[in-house]
Ligand binder design. Structure first.
Ligand SMILES: Cc1ncc(COP(=O)(O)O)c(C=O)c1O
Length: 437
């Protein structure tokens, strides 16, 4: 029995079944366990440790900041907070805007909705999100998410949230014949939903430009069409880049793949913002949105908004991504990873679809029958053979993330090429063992 099981309630699990090893340290893509074993982290923990574990520049930045100024509320200025905000406005392409700091991703989304509603003059304006999305576990986060696990806990419509089906091309809810048609249909559905609710009642649309843990990677047609549909109707577009930001999808932010003309009005981020070395989220607000709110009361705040220790970690992280060329590295290794996974698909009938590959992020969807695309288990249940594969991998010192029928590959961007190649070779062997024939 692990010590923690006697005292801690853990997230997203059945408490009585929680049983995980204790981590005492790490280096690069490796986690070091209390019992002396090392585990190669193929998911960056919760897709957040993009710079690997114990990155020396992050550790040093936090130590130096702690020695100088641990904390001051954001009613006061802090040099490190201003420097990080300037960097974020620069890399996000939203120059002239402003940054509102939060503690994590869920509250970044909550506050993005508040800002968008304030900027639209609709304090309770409608918000459109999509089914099978994940935006966080606070109440508004749950309302925005199309996450079957928690839907019963919240009345999304009471909070002004409306959902549309996702651009899930492999199982297109719009019944289209090609991925690009599916992306276009999903964007069109958002436009139709705004028209149905009324442009004068709708404040914002919030979407993940690339995958979240839901495993849906929108076809390239989706984001540009979504941007057009929202712009034409004068509705703010919020890009939830909590998971996809900071190189995970091959760019600073995933939407940038589509060019600056398709910039969202607000961007939310967290996770990679500090490489998870300290808790921090942010809402990056465009200059246009800022102009609308600058003379209004911004009725929001968290005691620890823009905590200096976290901002120091964020500043060091942004500099590390840039100085170590990690965004380009993610793009290059992501292409390699995607190609390797496609080759695995040829060898393993259980792999129905492989998607992603814009950066070091890919989804492998397992199916019972490739011809009919019948899922191995109904979403969001995990098929027992996949659970066994994950256990077997852990016993070999290899940690993969998985949800439902999906294996989510999101290693730290600093993973060595040989480590990545070895992990995929071992995944190949694990698939043969757990899904023979
Ligand atoms: C796309 C997306 N948005 C929001 C969140 C919530 O972030 P946090 O857990 O930091 O509140 C997550 C977390 O996984 C996420 O993937």
């Amino acid at each position: 029995m692990n010590d923690e099981a006697d005292s801690v309630l853990h997230s997203w699990c059945v408490p009585a079944r929680w049983n995980a090893p204790t981590v005492v340290g790490g280096q690069g893509a490796w986690l070091h366990l209390e019992d002396g074993r090392r585990v190669l982290d193929m998911s960056s923990l919760a897709e957040c440790s993009l710079l690997g574990h114990q990155h020396p520049k992050l550790v040093q930045a936090i130590q130096q900041q702690a020695a100088q100024l641990c904390f001051v509320t954001n009613q006061w200025g802090a040099r490190v907070r201003a420097e990080l905000a300037e960097e974020l406005l620069e890399v996000s392409g939203l120059r002239g805007g402003r940054v509102f700091f939060t503690l994590a991703g869920a509250d970044a989304n909550e506050n993005a909705i508040k800002v968008a509603r304030l900027a639209s003059g609709l304090p309770r304006g409608a918000v459109i999100a999509r089914d099978r999305s994940y935006h966080g576990a606070t109440f508004m986060g749950m309302a925005l998410s199309g996450d079957a696990r928690v839907q019963a806990f919240v009345d999304a419509q009471a909070l002004g949230v409306h959902h549309v089906p996702p651009p899930y091309a492999y199982r297109c809810p719009y019944g289209t014949a090609t991925p690009q048609a599916c992306g276009a249909a999903a964007a069109q559905a958002v436009g139709a939903k705004i028209d149905e609710l009324g442009t004068e009642r709708t404040a914002a649309v919030i979407m993940e430009p690339n995958a979240g843990t839901n495993g849906i990677v929108p076809p390239d047609s989706f984001w540009p069409a979504l941007r057009r549909a929202t712009r034409e109707r004068g509705v703010w577009l919020i890009a939830d880049e909590v998971m996809s930001g900071f190189g995970r999808c091959g760019h600073w932010f995933a939407w940038q793949k589509h060019g600056p003309e398709h910039a969202p009005d607000l961007i939310t981020c967290a996770k990679g913002l500090t490489g998870a070395a300290a808790p921090l989220g942010a809402v990056i607000v465009s200059a246009t949105v800022y102009e609308r709110i600058q003379h209004q009361m911004l009725g929001t705040g968290l005691t620890y908004c823009g905590h200096p220790l976290s901002c120091a970690a964020g500043l060091a992280a942004v500099r590390a991504y840039r100085d170590e060329g990690l965004i380009e590295r993610s793009r290059r290794l992501g292409g390699w990873l995607f190609e390797r996974l496609q080759r695995l698909q040829q060898r393993h009938a259980v792999i129905g679809d492989v998607r992603g590959g814009d950066g070091l992020f890919a989804i492998v969807e397992l199916v019972a029958d490739r011809g009919t695309r019948a899922p191995l288990a109904p979403w969001p249940q995990m098929p027992p053979a996949l659970a066994a594969l994950l256990q077997d991998a852990m016993a070999q010192g290899l940690s993969f993330a998985a949800r439902g029928n999906l294996i989510i590959l999101a290693p730290p961007l600093v993973i060595a090429e040989a480590e990545l190649a070895d992990a995929i070779d071992r995944l190949d062997a694990l698939l043969s063992r757990h899904f023979p024939g």
